[in-house]
Design a protein around this ligand. Structure first.
Ligand code: AMP
Ligand code: ZN
Ligand code: FE
Ligand code: FE
Length: 287
């Protein structure tokens, strides 16, 4: 039997990706992936469409979500895998998180206006198309107006942390974020720990000790921003801290280069999903 691979971290039009959930599932099938998780930022809105498409011709579908939590002056990202797409508790908590984004987006547009770069919320929302609206969509609107020549420039000059139009977001603590995810038996995963160049292996080791006591259950080892060495470090640290390993591309379609669906050279073996599934089955009922 040929080896099977999975991708447990992707984004659709429901947040800041450029593929519809159904297209994402079809592309995963065309690539021969055995399983796909949709993990849009702060919304469950794409899950039903993806699940319905996966019903038809596969691959196996894992409903997920990605949220940000507070980490010093910055943020960490958590994935929830095997979330309940119809969970009233999670749905309303995410709606509250998105409402927080609204205020922040408005504040960013105010700053841009002061800088002589007016944008309307309507054009930003139209570019987003889905429920979750964020800086990537503001960057696209700036590009559309010719305020910047690239996405990179939009973040480097205006939208990135500490730049001219940056506004921080109010975020839950890691413990609160983990609790939100685990509420109904989903698995809480720390996403792409080495995406930030500031993260070192000893730093991650220490962070995992803390997050483990907050209830973290898994660590994303495979990710487009992780080279083989980082993947190995993550797998070793996961073992050391009694965490499961996870992995995915963080595919965003045209909105993110260098994150191909299904991953790059080091793909995520199906056994990784198998272990997560076994764990979720065991800890399932409110465990
Ligand atoms: P938001 O969720 O609105 O805070 O936007 C976060 C997203 O903006 C990230 O997922 C990235 O896609 C993008 N982003 C954030 N910071 C940068 C940066 N410095 N350069 C390029 N893209 C960035
Ligand atoms: Zn994203
Ligand atoms: Fe992320
Ligand atoms: Fe992501």
């Amino acid at each position: 039997m040929p080896e099977a691979f999975v991708d447990l971290h992707t984004h659709s039009l429901a947040s800041d990706g450029t593929d519809s959930p159904a297209d994402l599932v079809r592309k995963a099938a065309a690539l021969g992936l055995s399983a796909l998780a949709l993990t849009d930022h702060d919304t469950l809105a794409g899950l039903a469409q993806a699940a319905a498409e996966a019903e038809k011709a596969g691959p196996e579908f894992v409903p997920g979500v990605e949220i940000a939590v507070k980490y010093g002056a910055g943020e960490l990202h958590l994935l929830g895998l095997f979330v309940n797409p119809n969970s009233p508790g999670l749905t309303s908590a995410l709606a509250e998180i998105r409402a927080g984004r609204e205020g922040r987006n408005r504040a960013i547009l105010d700053k841009l206006k002061t800088l002589g770069l007016p944008l309307t919320m309507e054009e930003v929302r139209a570019l987003a198309g889905g429920q979750t609206v964020g800086r990537p969509h503001i960057a696209l609107a700036m590009l559309g107006r010719g305020y910047v020549r690239s996405w990179r420039e939009a973040f480097d000059r205006y939208l990135g942390a500490g730049r001219a139009a940056f506004v921080p977001r109010e975020l839950p603590t890691p413990a609160a974020g983990i609790e939100l995810i685990r509420n109904e038996g989903a698995i809480a995963v720390l996403a792409h720990p080495f995406l930030s160049p500031a993260m070192s292996a000893p730093g991650l080791d220490e962070l995992l000790s803390r997050l483990r006591s907050d209830g973290l259950q898994a660590l994303e080892a495979w990710h487009s921003a992780h080279n083989s060495e980082k993947i190995r470090i993550c797998r070793d640290l996961a073992r050391k801290h009694g965490l499961l390993a996870s992995g995915g591309s963080d595919y965003h379609g045209r909105n993110k280069k260098d994150a191909p669906l299904g991953g790059g050279e080091e793909r995520v073996p199906y056994a990784v999903l198998e272990a997560l599934k076994n764990f979720s089955a065991k800890s399932g009922q409110g465990g």
